[in-house]
Design a binder for this molecule. Structure first.
Ligand code: 2AM
Length: 177
């Protein structure tokens, strides 16, 4: 199975993001149930590895914290491949991500090579005109969520289908209060 760790978004955060999902040709907008903020992508693992990962994640003890989503962006440069909402700089979020990284390395996973760029993917793009993407980024530059409390992180599975990815919360790990 294909796994990743992420924050689920609380119910009050999703509606404004869903309202922002318009105006870019070629965008496949992510549905409510697909919205999440990836912490550490894991990838394809077998059952034994999944169990070891679950055990390792369950040992993590970090305090809950407040987070705000802020701004929008796109990966891919000249050929934009997605649209996302970013996160305001957050030391506790980086700390949580580091804890997950070291827990996973301790059980033998290869270190994550990519820089952690916290984001919530709003759309995947296919042949979207660059101008429309630029306009979108300008129009939504001032986006900011209400602050919300992160009380848990999740282990998700991901299934690729012709209709997009199906993400499922497999496990939830509470943060300390
Ligand atoms: P994305 O939304 O920016 O594409 C499930 O696929 C989640 O893991 C998505 O949030 C996706 O980020 C992220 N993801 C997929 N492949 C990845 C990889 N190789 N490295 C880091 N994150 C990845």
């Amino acid at each position: 199975m294909r796994l990743f760790t992420a924050l689920a978004l609380p119910d009050e955060i999703a509606p404004p993001l869903l309202l922002m999902q318009a105006g870019v040709p070629g965008a496949r907008w992510q549905k409510r149930e697909q919205l999440h903020l990836t912490l550490r992508f894991i990838g394809e693992v077998d059952g034994a590895q999944a169990t070891a990962i679950d055990d390792a994640l369950a040992t993590i003890a970090v305090p809950s914290f407040t987070l705000e989503l802020k701004g929008v962006g796109s990966f891919g440069g000249k050929i934009p491949r997605d649209l996302w909402a970013g996160a305001a700089p957050s030391e506790p979020l980086v700390h949580l991500n580091r804890k997950i990284e070291s827990a996973l390395q301790r059980i033998g996973l290869e270190p994550e090579a990519r820089k952690f760029t916290p984001h919530v993917t709003l759309a995947r793009l296919k042949n979207s005109p660059r101008g429309a993407v630029m306009d979108y980024l300008t129009d939504h530059a001032l986006y900011a969520s209400t602050p919300f409390t992160v009380t848990a992180f999740c282990l998700y599975s991901s299934k690729l289908t012709s209709d997009g990815s199906i993400y499922r919360v497999e496990k939830e790990y509470g943060l300390t209060s």
